[in-house]
Design a protein around this ligand. Structure first.
Ligand code: PEP
Ligand code: MN
Length: 336
């Protein structure tokens, strides 16, 4: 860390700061300028106490971090990683991964119809929520375990892997016994005890970005799963809350590019929650592919107008197959 001391601080006060840096476990290397002293504090910032507390000293102007707060998620630690889900490799240099299916599992007919169609169009993973995080307690909360059973039946028939959300710590074992990829939703993206419990299941984790989460916080949430000994984490950008009202959320495409630079983890994009409008999904998918996202998570419903959740943002089966066709040239360009 770097400690910048205010100009014209008397040398005995400067020395007190240097001594404190040493006391906190860092090797202080002071650089005395004409008016100001800067102290480089050498030590592992991820294991030592943060020196930001020195800001409480009136002589300290600023304290700057040098190391990233996330160690295991950082690109500095390793080259791009690949996460295998139901036998499909996801990550840089791997085939583009299409995950699609309804927002919520509603019925056998709805799920099977969707599963067959998304498989025929080229999806390799089937999404569908059995436990739904709804803003209102009066809205459809998901079918629970019967929904998981329908997902398992869809996998048995189509061979598609299953992506589904785990909402609560107490459900991790249950959901993990059905899922190939455990989704941690935006509302739980900083529920660290849930993330740790999900990671301990050793199932791959799809970590959505929280509604108002900074990129650093998102990567630190991933760090919780990684530090639990589960290396199989996929980041999912799904839009953040902004002042804009033409879209449900603002899909933060810069965050996709930044996450790919900052982290070795695969990054996928959910354009459905990302904008909340079916008419924009195809365009956003093209943009995500062009940005070198590693996959897409798309909401697809046989009859969006009758969907029990998120109808306005789900594309129908025909639109999905057109979408897959339209993004092909972009995939060829980015992943020849
Ligand atoms: C979903 O995928 O249907 C969902 C609820 O996602 P998010 O947590 O991103 O809102
Ligand atoms: Mn949804």
């Amino acid at each position: 860390m770097i400690i910048v001391i205010k100009p014209h601080t008397p040398s005995d006060s400067v020395q007190r700061i240097i001594d404190e840096v040493a006391k906190l476990g860092y090797e202080p290397k002071p650089i005395h300028g004409a008016v100001q002293t800067v102290v480089a504090a050498i030590g592992d910032e991820t294991t030592h106490q943060s020196l930001e507390s020195l800001l409480t000293w009136p002589e300290v102007e600023s304290v700057l971090r040098v190391q990233k707060r996330y160690k295991l998620a950082s690109r500095e630690t390793r080259d791009a990683s690949t996460v295998h889900v139901a036998g499909h490799p996801i990550g840089t240099g791997q085939p583009f991964c299409l995950m699609a299916g309804p927002c919520s599992v509603e019925s056998e007919d709805q799920l099977m119809t969707t599963a067959r169609a998304v498989k025929a169009a080229g999806a390799v993973l089937l999404r569908g929520g059995a436990f739904k995080p709804r803003t209102s307690p009066y809205e459809f909360q998901g079918l629970g375990e019967p929904g998981l059973k329908l997902l398992a039946a869809a996998r048995a028939e189509t061979g598609l892997g299953i992506v589904t959300e785990v909402l609560a710590e107490r459900d991790v074992d249950l959901v993990a016994s059905y899922a190939d990829l455990l989704q941690i939703g935006a509302r739980n993206a900083q529920n660290f005890s849930l993330i740790k419990e999900a990671a301990r299941s050793q199932k791959p984790i799809l970590l959505k970005r929280g509604l108002s989460m900074k990129i650093e916080e998102w990567l630190l949430a991933a760090e919780y799963a990684l530090s639990e000994g589960n290396p199989n984490v996929i980041l999912c950008e799904r839009g953040i809350r902004t002042f804009e009202t033409y879209t449900r959320n603002t899909l933060d495409l810069a965050a996709v590019a930044i996450a790919k630079k900052e982290s070795h983890l695969p990054v996928v994009v959910d354009p459905s929650q990302g904008c909340g409008r079916a008419d924009l999904v195809t365009e956003l998918c093209k943009a995500a592919v062009a940005l070198a996202a590693d996959g897409l998570l798309i909401e697809v419903h046989p009859c969006p107008a009758e969907a029990w959740s998120d109808g306005q943002q789900q594309v129908d089966l025909n639109a999905f197959s057109n979408l897959v066709r339209e993004i092909q040239p972009f995939i060829q360009l980015v992943r020849p």
